[in-house]
Design a protein around this ligand. Structure first.
Ligand code: HMG
Length: 390
């Protein structure tokens, strides 16, 4: 049975900060952020957006009434969830009016969560071929003002509808994966900001890629020249390039050029959003699919997923005929074009303006947030969500 991505959508908040200006404010040469890290703009989430609303807004843009009737499983991958017990999937299920006879859960393994969700969705559809699964990868990446990780923050969500006979991409069966208990990046339950050993995390990312790649070649007999492109989890856009470069000498110069050119295209959206953790790999895939207009049906795309802590996986997809007709290019172009730049001072103020953690109530002004779905406040420890389209 062919199972894969039937639809794919994205959402990011309407505000961003320019990395050149952030660099100046941090006394760093702008090229360090724009070339060394490879980021141009960083999404800034207002207090009226959280991982639930980002995901709901991403899914809202792609689902029709028939999808909502057929979805019987919502799997929400996140590492910036809002509750230790209730899953973010349940909130999204309600906000989007999905058929009540569905399962809704949350899964976590750092940035690997949405990949785990996809693999779970494949198993579910293999047993229930009529079903559609909504997979969400949604996060707000926070390291803190003036920290080493600050330039790799971001916010956004990717929503994917996984089904049999998908319209965009069939996910192939063979994949290779790896788990190792390491402390490269983590966020204890008492902290709203991540802790990270930056250099170690970079080394581990590359090492995980090399290990799953070697195993993938042994398992499948395929080589790098069988790939049109490889999309990477992108904590920042230079990271995947560092991993790709370690294997490029396995192929001819022509193939090296193809993979490097396609890598660059696959990083365009991420370069303008920042790290969105669970959604980052799929934002990179979206960037490639939407911006490289001459990708041929039948092309094999590699997907390298990495979630600190750490779990890595390499898997692949084959593009379907006429896949472009089923993308939401215009919606995403408008989303990027309608964003507003904030100054570094405004970004710092927004960063520090967080929801109360002492149990007090708060009512938020959602008029200034153009998103359809927003957090409107907190009452008696319960976040209040509004879908303005209702
Ligand atoms: P840093 O210490 O600020 O930067 O940390 P650096 O000194 O390593 O410099 C970065 C690059 O800029 C270097 O390039 C410099 O040479 C270059 P490289 O040698 O690495 O190719 N550079 C310049 N280039 C041009 N012009 C200049 C210039 N100056 C310097 N003037 C670091 C960078 C990424 C470590 C930091 O931002 C950080 O800790 N970020 C968070 C952790 C992270 O993103 N790790 C990535 C792998 S782990 C992962 O992907 C999982 C994750 O998404 C979490 C999850 O799974 O949930 C993070």
């Amino acid at each position: 049975m062919n199972i894969g991505i039937d639809k794919i959508g994205f959402y990011t908040p309407h505000l961003f900060v320019d990395m050149n200006k952030l660099a100046v404010a941090r006394n760093v040469e702008p090229e360090k952020f724009t070339i060394g890290i490879g980021q141009e703009k960083m999404a800034v989430p207002p207090i009226t957006q959280d991982s639930v609303t980002l995901a709901a807004n991403a899914a809202l843009g792609i689902l029709d009434d028939q999808d909502k009737e057929q979805i019987d499983f919502v799997i929400f991958g996140t590492e910036s969830g809002i509750d230790h017990s209730k899953s973010a999937g349940v909130y999204v299920h309600e906000l989007l009016d999905i058929n009540p006879y569905a399962r809704s859960i949350e899964v976590k393994q750092a940035c690997y969560g949405a990949t785990a969700a996809i693999q779970m969705a494949k198993g579910h559809i293999a047993l229930n071929p009529e079903s559609k699964v909504l997979v969400l990868g949604s996060d707000i990446a926070r390291y803190g003002l003036n920290t080493g990780g600050e330039s790799t923050q971001g916010a956004g969500a990717v929503a994917m509808l996984i089904s049999a006979n998908p319209k965009v991409m069939v996910l192939e069966e063979k994949s290779t994966y790896l788990t190792k208990d390491i402390m490269d990046f983590w966020r204890p339950v008492y902290s709203d900001k991540a802790f990270v050993d930056g250099r170690f995390s970079n080394e581990q990312y590359i090492s995980f890629f090399q290990q799953v790649w070697e195993r993938y070649k042994e398992k499948t007999g395929l080589g790098l020249d069988d790939f049109e492109a490889i999309c990477y989890h992108l904590p920042y856009t230079k990271m995947g390039l560092k991993a790709l470069r370690t294997v490029l000498d396995e192929v001819t110069e022509d193939v090296q050029e193809r993979l490097t050119t396609n890598y660059k295209i696959s990083t365009t959206y991420n370069r303008n959003v920042g790290n969105i953790y669970t959604g980052s790999l799929y934002l990179s895939l979206l960037s490639l699919l939407e911006l490289k207009e001459d990708l041929q049906a039948g092309s094999r795309i590699g997907l390298f997923s990495y979630g600190s802590g750490a779990v890595g996986e390499l898997f692949t997809g084959i593009l379907k005929p006429n896949y472009r007709e089923h993308l939401f290019v215009e919606t995403h172009t408008k989303l990027f074009d309608s964003r507003r730049e904030v100054s570094v001072e405004e970004y710092e103020e927004i960063f520090q303006n967080t929801l109360p953690t002492d149990g007090s109530n708060i009512e938020l002004d959602i008029e200034n947030d153009p998103a359809h779905i927003c957090v409107s406040g907190v009452i008696e420890h319960m976040r209040q969500y509004v879908n303005k389209l209702r």
